[in-house]
Each structure stands twice: as C-alpha cells, then as structure tokens.
Design a protein around this ligand. Structure first.
Ligand SMILES: [Zn+2]
Ligand SMILES: [Zn+2]
Length: 250
C-alpha cells in the first residue's frame, strides 16, 4: 500500500495498543509489555510453580513430591494478570490475530533470558501446540497456541509439528473447579503422526497454565505415542496460591 493510504487509514482508524487501548503504533505498547510480570525463580524444578522467595523451600512443590508427572518440566513466561489478561482475552476471544507475535515473543524472551530455566531449548527436537477442537477452530478461525508455538519454534530453529488432535470439545478449564479439570480433558486428545513423534524430545506449547491438567493429558498422549520426553511451556500462568492470598489481604 502507498504510504499516503497508510497515513489516511491511520487517521480513520488510529492504531491502538491491544492491551490498554492507548493510541500507539505497536500492537502492544512498551508500557504494557513492561508491565507484564515475568515469572522468576525460585520455582518448583518440575512443574514450575513459583515459590515464595521469602520462604525456605524444597526443590519441588508438594504436588510434585512423590508423583510422576507425564511432562519432565513445565515453565511459563509470565503471570496471568495485568495487561496480559486483556491481551490474551483480545487475542483469543476478539480474534486480534496481530497479537500472536508480541505474545510469542514474550515466550522467546523467557527462553533466551534463562527465566524459563529447565526447558533446555538446545536439546528440543520438535515443537507441538496443544490443539483446539475443530469446532472451536472453525468458530475462531485460528488456533492461538499454534500461532505462539510458531514464534517459539522459529526462534529455536526447530520444526512445528501438530502431533495432537482434540477429539472432543472440552469446557474452558478456567471456569471449572480444580477437581473437575482432569476429568474435563481426560481422553480428549489423540496422537497423530505417531511415527514422527517416536523417540523425540517435544516442547509442548499452550497459552495458559492453571492446574496443568491439559498439559499433563497432552503429555501423557505424546508419551504413549512414543515421545522420549515432553517439556511444557506456556505463555502465562495463574498466580500461585501464596500470591493470591497476599493480594486479597492487601
Ligand atoms: Zn498499552
Ligand atoms: Zn511442582
């Protein structure tokens, strides 16, 4: 398009930050990106649950102790709060596809800065997104996890492979009580491309980690299909319990 028309379009529809709605040239303005709270250690070395830095803690959390998880590690780039709630909401439910790049880049930043420690991206062989059900995909027109997984796959130079299919629609995990979440996703995924996943170290990507039930179910299916190892990585993560208690007390 001729720059003149760009200018004219900007006057008619001034570009806005998709997180705060402010008049900005970037998809997400620098203030909003800066206000996204990155997940920092100390973390549970398995599931990535952030520990209270003021408390003495063991290497793993109570949930991971004495229990084998189907993924070897899980990590997240940022907390699901502040401008990230708005950005993810617009990305998923208002179909603001332009957000896939800045959101994917938040994950790349966590990989490169070592904040998502334990993922060891250099030894990952393939990247696989947690899939949407076909009916949801048709309604939304794109798969948000696949878009952010593409940014991550590009950044580490590994292929993106859709190893999984969602075989039935599931309820959004966010609205469900914790004890119903595993049942909601049980048996909801199936491996495709089984021969390709065999003996591979897979990086499994999703947008949100709440209890980890979806990631665990997907990792179980991938392991059953022969994956050597599954490491899970999400864009965002629910605030840990000790943070929620603190913020309601304030
Ligand atoms: Zn903004
Ligand atoms: Zn843990």
């Amino acid at each position: 398009m001729h720059p003149f028309w760009h200018g004219a379009l900007d006057l008619l529809y001034p570009p806005r930050c998709e997180a705060c709605g402010g008049l900005r040239r970037e998809v997400m303005c620098a203030e909003c990106l800066g206000a996204v709270e990155r997940v920092r250690p100390p973390l549970c070395e398995v599931c990535g649950e952030p520990f209270d830095p003021s408390a003495q803690s063991a290497p793993t959390c109570a949930d991971c102790r004495g229990r084998r998880r189907p993924f070897s590690v899980a990590r997240s780039a940022a907390y699901y709060q502040g401008p990230l709630i708005d950005a993810i909401g617009r990305f998923k439910y208002q179909c603001q596809m332009v957000l896939w790049r800045p959101l994917g880049e938040l994950m790349v930043e966590a990989l490169c800065s070592g904040a998502a420690n334990g993922l060891a991206p250099e030894s990952i062989e393939v990247v696989c997104p947690v899939p949407l059900h076909e009916s949801r995909l048709r309604e939304r027109g794109f798969d948000q996890s696949e878009l952010i997984a593409e940014v991550v796959a590009d950044s580490i130079g590994r292929p993106l492979r859709p190893f999984l299919a969602r075989t039935r629609p599931t309820l959004p995990q966010v609205g469900l009580p914790v004890q119903s979440r595993a049942a909601n996703v049980r048996g909801a995924f199936q491996a495709r491309l089984q021969e390709v996943v065999e003996d591979k170290r897979v990086l499994l990507i999703d947008d949100l980690f709440t209890t980890g039930a979806t990631l665990a179910e997907c990792a179980r299916v991938l392991r059953r299909a022969g994956a050597a190892e599954v490491r899970a990585f999400t864009l965002a993560r629910a605030l840990p319990r000790w943070r929620r208690v603190r913020s309601t007390a304030e």
